[in-house]
Design a protein around this ligand. Structure first.
Ligand code: UGA
Length: 429
């Protein structure tokens, strides 16, 4: 099939590259000309494992193209995915200006039937608005359909997730749209759920909100573990073995971050408010997440007594491993809190350094974890990168000013560290 993806961000690029790899001809469109120029030279603006190789392979096979023209996309491709960003406004509501602009431009260039598919995470009823916007600007009354096909990719494993999804959700209003999307997804083995457009839109926000709820729930249980001496790892295992609950997303830690869960939760709370439903459960999920972040800062100050003038080493800046994304990373929030206390901060991340350099001018960005540890009073583990699990901790003990480790991800072995002479503080263990 000939398809286009409008918006060459994380979701757009992964979706485009994967659809191309399945044998379709894909045009990825973005209004950022510099990005498009780079992509044409196979320079990928984000780090996502396997993405660069997939883009190279499929551009070489002439199945993947890049352009800045929506007109070209509408002219050449029968299915148009909208994957532009929906950033949060001050009040938590998503800014849908990008979606409206794209819908308008698609409408103005319609000459033949086209299927327009929402891929971006959008509030329920956005499909209605997209349809109305296209109808308003569709001066030649060309036939078209709108569909919703939400994305469930996780950064860091996005290509695997695309090719092996738990489910594919297709929200449609016509048989024609349904059949096109079924044909497109036919090579992927996964349960396919056909719904109306509104239900598909809701599935996405409800899924991310449920995931955030699971994380806040386990973080709340971790607080109880800390007060009683129980071990959160065992408690999570015991809960997760119940198939109705499941073991995934029960890792207690520093709180959830990233470009999706915090934003989508805010959006869903505000959508519910607008619809006249006070979604108190999600408000508390958000509050627990904020408290979890504060509890990490408290652990540092409690264990150092006087925090002013101390040096804190931070390992991990990205919001999770296997990505270079530092947007809404809890690590950055904690660094901002620590800076208020006049501490010196040193930090390192395997992939997050280029992005960190753009925003941090007043902390020392180091070349490796050992440089961070040298003369630090506390070593704070914020992201569970594999590289951090296998460090030479005997060496680290020798070069730190005080042998204190705060493991915000429960990723290290406390017994081993304690036997080496460290003070170890985890989360709920
Ligand atoms: C999330 C969802 O998991 C995807 O299904 C969805 O498609 C995506 O948002 C999106 O809406 O685009 P992502 O933001 O890439 O994916 O990352 P997650 O793996 O969900 O992690 C989010 C945050 O939760 C991270 O900070 C992570 O460290 C934290 N987390 C996750 C925990 O603290 N504990 C856990 O058990 C799991």
């Amino acid at each position: 099939m000939r398809i286009s993806i409008i918006g060459a961000g994380h979701v757009g690029l992964v979706t485009g590259a994967c659809f191309a790899d399945l044998g379709n001809t894909v045009l990825c469109v973005d209004n950022d000309l510099r990005k498009i120029r780079k992509l044409k030279r196979n320079i990928v603006p984000i780090y996502e494992p396997g993405l660069e190789e997939l883009i190279k392979k499929n551009t070489k096979k002439k199945r993947l193209y890049f352009s800045s023209s929506i007109k070209e996309a509408v002219g050449k491709t029968e299915v148009i995915f909208i994957a532009v960003g929906t950033p949060a406004l001050q009040n938590g509501e998503p800014d849908l200006t990008g979606i409206e602009n794209v819908a308008t431009q698609i409408a103005k260039n319609l000459k033949n039937y086209r299927l327009i598919v929402e891929k971006s995470t959008v509030p329920v009823e956005t499909g209605e608005w997209v349809k109305r916007t296209i109808e308003r600007n569709n001066h030649f009354k060309i036939d078209f359909d709108v569909a919703s096909n939400p994305e469930f990719l996780r950064e860091g494993s996005a290509i695997y997730d695309f090719m092996h999804p738990d489910r594919i959700v297709i929200g449609v209003e016509s048989e024609r749209a349904k059949n096109i999307l079924l044909k497109l997804y036919q090579p992927i083995k996964a349960p396919i759920l056909i719904t109306d457009i509104k239900s598909a839109e809701l599935i996405k926000h409800a899924s991310n909100s449920f995931l955030a709820t699971k994380i806040s729930f386990i973080n709340a249980i971790a607080q109880i573990c800390e007060k009683t001496g129980a071990n959160i790892l065992k408690v999570a295992e015991g809960i997760g073995l119940d198939k109705r609950i499941g073991k995934d997303f029960l890792n207690a830690g520093v709180g959830y971050g990233g470009a999706c869960l915090p934003k989508d939760l805010d959006a869903f709370i505000s959508i519910a408010d607008k619809l006249g439903y006070n979604f108190e459960l999600l408000k508390v999920v958000k509050k627990i997440n904020e408290e979890q972040k504060k509890s990490i800062v408290k652990k540092i100050s409690d264990s150092l007594w006087i925090i002013k003038g101390k040096t804190i080493g931070v390992l991990g800046l990205t919001f999770k491993p296997n990505t270079d994304d530092i947007r809404n990373s809890v690590s950055l929030e904690i660094i901002a809190e620590l800076k208020k206390e006049s501490v010196s901060i040193k930090a390192y991340d395997p992939w997050g350094m280029p992005n960190a350099k753009k925003i941090f001018k007043d902390i020392k960005l180091c070349l490796n974890p050992y440089e961070v540890a040298r003369n630090s009073d506390c070593l704070l583990f914020m992201t569970e990168w594999d590289e951090f699990k296998n460090l030479d901790f005997s060496k680290i003990k020798r070069i730190m000013k005080q042998p204190l480790i705060i493991d915000g991800r429960n990723m290290l072995e406390p017994e081993k560290l304690i036997s080496l002479g460290f003070r170890y503080i985890g989360v709920g263990r």
